[in-house]
Ligand binder design. Structure first.
Ligand SMILES: N[C@@H](CCC(=O)N[C@@H](CS)C(=O)NCC(=O)O)C(=O)O
Length: 222
């Protein structure tokens, strides 16, 4: 984007939707600034600019773009090579799974904020029921095959958080088919620099501290 102003991403430090955009910015080698806001107490300038009031938002000068999947497609189109298939059917499939993966991020948050053991179990089962169809579609080594794509960027934040809960992760891994490419996919994505570096170094502690105050999951499943 040679003629565009430097991009600025508005973030909340633990937000998985923001992390999707950071992964793509890093993967593409785009220079950007990041500004953190408190989403429990959003600044008025943000509410004035961003109609959803949610993060992430990408500022290009005074102009703003919101919704993580849309931000990522914009970044993808403006900084080649593309991270979506050039085949219309495959590209549509990728978009469908990106859209689907929103439920993983929301289901994971719901599980993390369960208030008692029954609620935790119920939300965990719901999360697994969402994760298993996606796990079954992993082609390997990346979601769509040989190349890293926007689907990998969209799901990696879920996988990173899953890895912070070893007993939940292992239970899910125990339910995927024996020949599934899902476990190897997870192992391949998480150590990537673009993924590892997409959160603050102290992310695991911050994430656990946040949910320790808000739910029972960490006492039951950490
Ligand atoms: N569909 C949105 C979801 C973004 C989202 O839910 N962000 C959360 C933080 S992780 C947020 O801003 N919550 C504050 C609110 O809902 O007011 C996207 O993909 O960007």
């Amino acid at each position: 984007m040679p003629n565009s102003p430097k991009l600025k991403l508005i973030s909340f430090v633990l937000c998985p939707f923001v992390q999707r955009a950071v992964i793509v910015l890093r993967h593409k080698g785009v220079d950007f600034d990041i500004e953190y806001i408190d989403i429990a107490n959003k600044p008025q300038w943000y509410l004035d600019k961003v109609p959803t009031g949610k993060v992430p938002a990408l500022f290009v000068g005074d102009e703003v773009l919101f919704e993580s999947a849309i931000i990522n497609e914009y970044l993808d189109e403006t900084t080649p090579p593309p991270l979506l298939s050039t085949d219309p059917w495959q590209r549509a499939q990728q978009r469908a799974w990106i859209n689907y993966s929103d439920q993983l991020l929301m289901g994971q948050y719901a599980m993390m904020t369960a208030q008692n053991e029954d609620e935790f179990k119920e939300r965990k089962e719901k999360l697994f029921a969402t994760a298993l169809p996606l796990a079954a579609k992993v082609a390997g080594p990346y979601f769509s095959g040989d190349a890293f794509s926007l689907v990998d960027a969209a799901v990696a934040p879920f996988l990173m958080r899953l890895s912070l809960l070893p007993s939940v992760r292992d239970e899910l891994l125990g339910r995927v088919a024996a020949d599934s490419a899902f476990p190897a996919w997870m192992e391949r994505l998480l150590p990537l620099d673009t993924v590892k570096g997409s959160v603050k170094p102290e992310f695991a502690e911050l994430w656990k501290a946040f949910f320790k105050e808000r739910g029972v999951t960490l006492s039951l499943a950490a």
